[in-house]
Design a protein around this ligand. Structure first.
Ligand SMILES: *Cc1c(COP(=O)(O)O)cnc(C)c1O
Length: 392
């Protein structure tokens, strides 16, 4: 498969990376083994020294994990991919593989909450500092550069307000200063957006979300040029947050339906966003696929559709927003996203609950805001569920 990179995404999602064993199994095999056996002392030595390619120990590699890595690399158009135990492990691995004491990160101020915590509270203890800048204004990235800046980190669209970061413009600024660009592509997946083609150096994923797509396992990945992922691999094989074979197997099955799921969920989201925008109880809708989104034109230049996350402000603040949540019989009240089951979240009291009300207000996360991660149910049923709280 790796010699035939011209296949289209649909084909790659189903076929890329599969290595059949001597038994000729049709579906990918799950190799639940922590170590591998050698034919001789000499072969063991050659494997350990790296003279001979092959598996040694599952912290380094496992054939099921390798199949997942090759399939995702093919989808992202990346030379290489390294799988990790979770999305956060992928982000940590990128930072600890490529940064050292004294280095500086410029990051979007609209990142996933745990990523902000990792940069501000954990990496800061190792002497790696971070400046947070505007998601939507590349000039603020330029202005934050210092001689010790080594990494730009962004995620687009942002959660929950779906602000778009201009991957091309931000990458061009970074590369003029020899700075690496990593993009968390969790929300779009390679089906809607391929950051490496837009100029990014590394793509990180929380495979827990759309790549699995059915809320079953945790996983993550880092994709990019081999010379960059190799450093990530060296960090992982020593530090340990590698992907389990079982989770890799579940994720391989998830990737097979990624394209049809993401496209169908995004089509449902556009329909739901259009309906919400016209609803008298709704003050505002945030969805990059709507022409009313302030960055709709930019979004169209880098992502194939608006994706499946829709946020909206209900008139009447927290009370009204909670009423919508509490009247849901179908939508799941949970902070997870990327599932075939639609989920609903009130960010101000959950994912952003620890942020002070002032900071929250400045970030635009008000008390009336709700985020819906649209799944595969019939849109009419989703509307009916939301309507019961909206019309009360
Ligand atoms: C969930 C998420 C992560 C973290 O992934 P885990 O698999 O939960 O560790 C990182 N980035 C984004 C955008 C996410 O939604």
């Amino acid at each position: 498969m790796s010699e035939t990179p011209d296949f289209q995404l649909e084909t790659l999602a189903v076929r890329a990376g599969q290595e059949r064993s001597q038994f000729g199994e049709h579906s990918e095999a799950l190799y639940l083994t922590s170590s591998f056996v050698f034919k001789s002392a000499a072969q063991a030595a050659a494997r350990f020294s790296g003279e001979e390619e092959g598996n040694v120990y599952a912290r380094f590699s496992n054939p099921t994990v390798t199949m997942f890595e090759e399939r995702l690399a093919a989808l992202e158009g990346a030379e290489d991919c390294v799988a990790t135990a979770s999305g956060m492990a992928a982000i940590m691995a990128v930072c600890l593989a490529h940064l050292k004491n004294g280095d500086h990160i410029v990051a979007s101020g609209s990142l996933f909450g745990a990523t902000v915590q990792l940069f501000s509270n954990i990496l800061s203890r190792t002497g790696i500092s971070t400046t947070f800048v505007s998601q939507s204004d590349p000039a603020t990235w330029q202005a934050a550069i210092r001689p010790e800046t080594k990494l730009f980190f962004l995620e687009t669209p942002s959660n929950p307000l779906t602000e778009i970061a201009d991957i091309r413009a931000i990458s061009a600024i970074a590369h003029a200063h020899g700075i690496l660009v990593a993009v968390d592509n969790c929300f779009c997946t390679p089906i809607l957006q391929r950051p490496l083609e837009l100029g990014a150096d590394l793509v990180v994923h929380s495979a827990t979300k759309y790549l699995d797509g059915q809320g079953r396992v945790l996983g993550g990945a880092v994709c990019g040029a081999k010379k960059l992922t190799e450093e990530v691999f060296k960090y992982l094989r020593t530090a340990g947050p590698t992907l389990s074979a079982f989770n890799a197997w579940v994720l391989l099955k998830g990737l097979e339906t990624l394209k049809i799921r993401v496209e169908a969920q995004a089509a449902n989201a556009l329909q739901l966003a259009t309906w919400l925008q016209a609803h008298p109880a709704v003050e505002r809708v945030y969805y990059p696929g709507l022409p009313s989104h302030p960055q709709h034109e930019l979004a169209k230049t880098q992502q194939k559709s608006g994706g499946a996350i829709v946020s909206f402000v209900v008139k009447g603040g927290r009370e009204a927003a909670w009423r919508v949540v509490d009247n849901c019989r179908l939508l799941s009240i949970t902070a997870n996203l990327g599932d075939t089951k639609t989920t609903i979240t009130h960010p101000a009291s959950t994912t952003h609950g620890r942020v002070s009300p002032e900071v929250r207000a400045a970030a635009g996360i008000g008390e009336g805001l709700l985020r819906v991660a649209v799944g595969l149910e019939a849109v009419a049923d989703l509307q009916c569920d939301l309507e019961s709280g909206l019309s009360r």
